[in-house]
Design a protein around this ligand. Structure first.
Ligand SMILES: Nc1ncnc2c1ncn2[C@@H]1O[C@H](COP(=O)(O)OP(=O)(O)OP(=O)(O)O)[C@@H](O)[C@H]1O
Ligand SMILES: [Mg+2]
Length: 314
């Protein structure tokens, strides 16, 4: 367990420091050891006071006090964290702690659930995702989601990858774009010779990579993956992990996983969610730890995280 030394951001009067987990950005901000006040105000509407420089860094998503309820029952409460550019952020925690809810909030899919309510803030690339002029469809175009079970559409391998390109009227040189996405997802060697074959003829692992290729084809800024290997064998899982590590150079990734080793193997940053204040699963999911993955797994700050990652909780 890490000793809780004095936090420079707390010393600066910032109510809730959220360091960049990997680079320790907030420590850098106070590198000379002095407690410096932020040089600019936090973005309007944020209730969590943060040094503005933090937000300015490479955060793609910034969440402040995010709370989501279904039919009046909170599923997720008070989540403040960020997802950073070209990193893999893993969301882990026991079933029902709100991982999918958090993931699906990022591209505003939760609001499609009748009776759902969202409060707090999500900023995407510095802009309020819930501003009246913010367009959820445009957001979803930039922030793609891949679900747990591979769900290729009916039709050919080619049609699946071309789907989003056609939808967004990006027809120019469809062939090259499809090839590019399949190559990027390591599928070209396997399916390049049978693009007109039905997507259903692929193995489950290939189908999942096809779904990732379909999402990648429209060149998203962020890929959200909800247990993408949940239905796959270890070899297919390994392929997807390699694929995600390769994609990280091009796209920011947020992944929900129940597989602790997977989070440890591929993510840069890990967020641990637990439901209920008494660890009994009752009550909304809350963020209990958010740090560089290595630290979460080797030196967690929260005893509940230690219990969870060693299998004693959840
Ligand atoms: N569409 C919905 N309508 C009503 N309640 C929902 C809905 N989706 C999720 N919930 C509830 O919200 C809470 C969090 O669910 P969520 O699916 O986000 O958890 P999770 O961490 O992804 O769980 P799992 O690991 O089982 O996928 C749960 O109590 C769940 O029952
Ligand atoms: Mg889920």
């Amino acid at each position: 367990m890490r000793p809780s030394g004095e936090d420079p951001a707390a010393a600066a009067g910032l109510s809730r420091p959220l360091p960049h987990p990997r680079s320790g950005a907030h420590h850098r901000l106070h590198a000379d050891g002095a407690a410096q006040p932020p040089t600019a105000s936090p973005p309007a509407g944020f209730r969590v006071a943060l040094p503005y420089e933090f937000w300015e860094h490479d955060a793609v998503f910034e969440l402040a006090d995010l709370t989501v309820s279904y039919a009046g029952r909170p599923a997720l409460a008070g989540v403040s964290m960020a997802m950073h550019e070209l990193e893999i952020t893993a969301l882990i925690g026991p079933s029902g702690c709100g991982k999918s809810t958090l993931l699906r909030s990022l591209n505003r899919l939760t609001e499609l659930v009748p009776g759902s309510e969202t409060s707090g803030r999500i900023r995407y690339r510095g802009a309020d995702a819930f501003a009246p002029q913010a367009d959820p469809v445009a957001l979803r175009r930039r922030v793609g989601l891949v679900a747990q079970r591979p769900a290729p559409f009916r039709g050919s391998i080619f049609d699946n990858v071309a789907f989003g390109l056609r939808l967004h009227h990006r027809h120019a040189d469809l062939d090259s774009a499809v090839e590019f996405a399949l190559r990027r997802c390591g599928l070209w060697e396997e399916v390049g010779g049978r693009l007109r074959a039905s997507a259903a003829s692929l193995s489950l692992g290939q189908q999942q990579r096809l779904c990732i290729a379909r999402a990648v084809a429209v060149e998203p800024d962020v890929l959200l993956l909800d247990e993408p290997c949940g239905a796959l064998d270890p070899i297919s899982t390994g392929r997807i992990e390699d694929l995600l590590l390769g994609l990280r150079d091009h796209v920011t990734i947020v992944i929900v996983t129940h597989n602790m080793q997977q989070a440890a193997r591929i993510s840069d940053v890990t967020a641990v969610l637990l439901a209920g204040d008494r660890n009994d699963g009752a009550g909304p999911g809350r963020l209990v730890e958010y740090d560089a993955t290595e630290r979460v797994f080797t030196d967690p700050a929260d005893a509940r995280t230690a219990a969870y990652v060693t299998g004693r909780l959840g």
